[in-house]
Design a binder for this molecule. Structure first.
Ligand code: GLU
Ligand code: ZN
Length: 311
């Protein structure tokens, strides 16, 4: 995947809005296995840039859960709450190079436009007060090559929108922080859930406006519940169990299409992970979202999930 000569640096970047669940384990494990299979480094970054959405204690529990599942990271954890100065520097670089502008359009105006912004404030030279900062897109990115899915094309209006990089309420935008930090940490391979395919073209546009090398991307299938919704804290996905980590790890490996021997009960967590690294094969990863393997025998399966099972 990582075709350059520099060693692979991957990462897992959870937001501390709740405990890890089966869906987040997939993203953590997929990024871990990919980096380790390339003898690379695997970093963890806590994306605590949105205090109102934070759950007290969640960050500590996430780190404990990763350790418990044998997913040990390299170096120190990076906390986005400690990175405000870097975000401010990045924003002022963009401002100095006329690559951003203040926008005071109320949400209602953008809603009237159908949800995507039309660049109304681009040349108005508005003051900072009570305004959001938007990226002045010079060269929108319309698609990218995903290491698993091949070329993915974005909708034009999504690709071209001058998106927000600093919110009106003073919070730094996810797209800004994720790019500044991945670049700072030398991350050259981003393995994450398919729910983040959409913002990828925006993130690539930001890399290019900064003049930074763009990482490789791989978007994993999502774990969904019986209603077809992504497992999330919002729909009460259960936290990862605290007992024996192996059964759920085996399910996560199977979810990712990776082989697991029948005798896994006799293996330690460490040896299961070691084998998974040695056997990691991205060509086996399914593209479709699916339920947790032990829930797939349910009589409520829809057609696409049936198709997955018979593959
Ligand atoms: N913090 C983001 C989330 O938990 C993930 C960011 C990323 O992987 O790019 O959804
Ligand atoms: Zn505006």
């Amino acid at each position: 995947m990582n075709t350059s000569t520099s060693p692979c640096i991957g990462r897992f970047a959870p937001s501390p809005s709740g405990d890890l669940h089966f869906g987040s384990l997939i993203a953590a494990l997929g990024s871990y296995l990919s980096a380790r299979a390339q003898q690379g480094r695997w970093l963890v970054r806590i994306e605590d840039i949105d205090p109102p959405r934070e759950v007290p204690g969640a960050a500590t529990r996430i780190l404990q859960q990763l350790e418990h599942y044998g997913l040990h990271w390299d170096g120190d954890v990076l906390w986005q709450s400690q990175r405000h100065e870097a975000y401010r520097d990045a924003l002022s670089w963009l401002q100095t190079h006329r690559q951003s502008y203040f926008c005071s359009c109320p949400r209602s105006r953008i809603q009237l436009l159908g949800g995507s912004y039309d660049g109304h404030c681009r040349d108005l030279q508005l003051p900072r007060e009570n305004a959001a900062l938007r990226l002045r897109q010079h060269a929108p990115v319309y698609g990218f090559d995903d290491c698993l899915r091949g070329h993915l094309q974005a909708e034009e209006r999504l690709a071209e929108e001058d998106f927000i990089i600093h919110r009106r309420d003073g919070l730094f935008a996810y797209n800004l922080a994720v790019v500044v930090d991945d670049h700072f940490q030398g991350v050259n391979e981003i393995v994450r859930g398919a729910d983040l395919i959409e913002p990828t073209v925006r993130q690539i546009a930001l890399y290019q406006q900064f003049g930074w090398p763009v990482p490789a991307y791989l978007h994993l299938p999502l774990a969904i519940n019986q209603d077809g919704n992504k497992l999330s804290k919002q729909n009460h996905a259960p936290a990862l169990p605290t007992g024996d980590a192996r059964p759920l790890l085996v399910q996560a490996l199977r979810f990712l299409g990776q082989p697991v021997g029948e005798g896994w009960q006799d293996e330690s967590l460490e040896s299961l992970l070691k084998q998974a690294v040695a056997q990691w094969n991205i060509r086996l990863i399914p593209l479709q979202n699916a339920m947790k393997p032990d829930e797939m025998t349910s009589p409520f399966l829809n057609g696409s999930q049936q198709a997955m099972i018979s593959r």
